[in-house]
Write a protein that binds this ligand. Sequence first.
Ligand code: 57M
Length: 358
Amino acid sequence: MLYLFLYPLHTEFSFLNVFKYITFRTFGAAMTSVLFCMLLGPWFIAYMQKKQMKQVVRDDGPQSHLSKKGTPTMGGTLILAGVALPTLLWGDLTNTNVWIALLLTLSYGLIGFIDDYKKVIRKNPKGLAGRYKLLGQVIFAGIAAYFIFKDGGVATDLHFPFFKDFSLELGWLYIPFAILVIVGSSNAVNLTDGLDGLAVGPTITTSVTFLILAYCAGHSEIAKYLQIPHVPGSGELAIFLASVAASCLGFLWYNTYPAQVFMGDVGALALGGALGVVAVISKNEILLALCGLIFVVEALSVMIQVISFKTTGKRVFKMAPIHHHFELKGWPEPKVVVRFWILSILLAIATLSTLKLR
Ligand code: 57M
């Protein structure tokens, strides 16, 4: 909004020329988001407490989790406001990719909100039935994928890190592939969100990494120099991703151990969807699996556990998702979380290093 209103005035006031630069607006969006979440956090937590929006904790989980009963939840609404408002304020609102990323994120937030609402307010422990959740995710991802290829100007070939001259032309199959990436990412982040700060940390490292990747893909000269696909307009996603990372950082202030608030499905499904959709738009789907390997491993641990239990009657992990396995092995919760963060930072460095290793 500031870009649309203030940049045209640069002919009269030359200092307004600064609004042209994505880097300046990225910084502005990040500062707005982090301050928004940090300053409104205490009010939000008190409000959720007053309205009895408290987490119901399953009693078949690790014993240490029983003390978390009553923690205010649905903090994702604060995160999403901290993403949407700064993106609208600092982003170029004529950019289709920004709208696709933002609306997909908010639509996934809506699915999560309905789920949380049923669990927390209606006291229905099952929440929104899994099949309706998945159906909603597939429909919204399908709409996003359609617009990415129709209006976003994104090609339908799949690129692989390390191989600069090789790409796989998927044609219309790119649409189901994009849906798989977005829905898979959303559910993987949701499964990861089971310890204080566990999902938020890798979401910050992944969104900062994708901020750099999207900026590079959107800049014709940098993309040419790095020999990565050039996606016109994807640089503007840096503003959206800065808002995601900074909003999560502000939220982490309150979500770190011992958490004063959980994000709920409204946050987890939306953040995972956000990472998935920017990976598709910036043509970095494979790199999302590397950068977000923590999320992939969490989801795989559930699949392995379920398949093993159904076929052999035996469990591979003490409990899935895998973070519960380490908890039950006796690692204190903050140790599991910080070690997963360390791995996520290393994965982000590995992801960025692929930019030069081609
Ligand atoms: C949601 N939700 C947390 C909070 C958060 C198929 C099965 C593996 C599914 C899985 C599942 O339901 N996962 C998705 C995980 C819950 O947190 C809420 O949910 C939101 C995210 N969607 O924002 O609102 C609990 O997680 C803890 N938590 C924190 N700090 C945080 O910052 O400590 C969350 C955020 C909270 C709190 O305790 O109450 C959750 O885990 O329920 N199911 C499971 O994860 C369950 N695993 C399981 O059943 N494993 C089985 C098989 C079938 C794979 C096995 O290993 O044999 C575990 N979860 C729990 N208890 N709570 C085990 C039992």
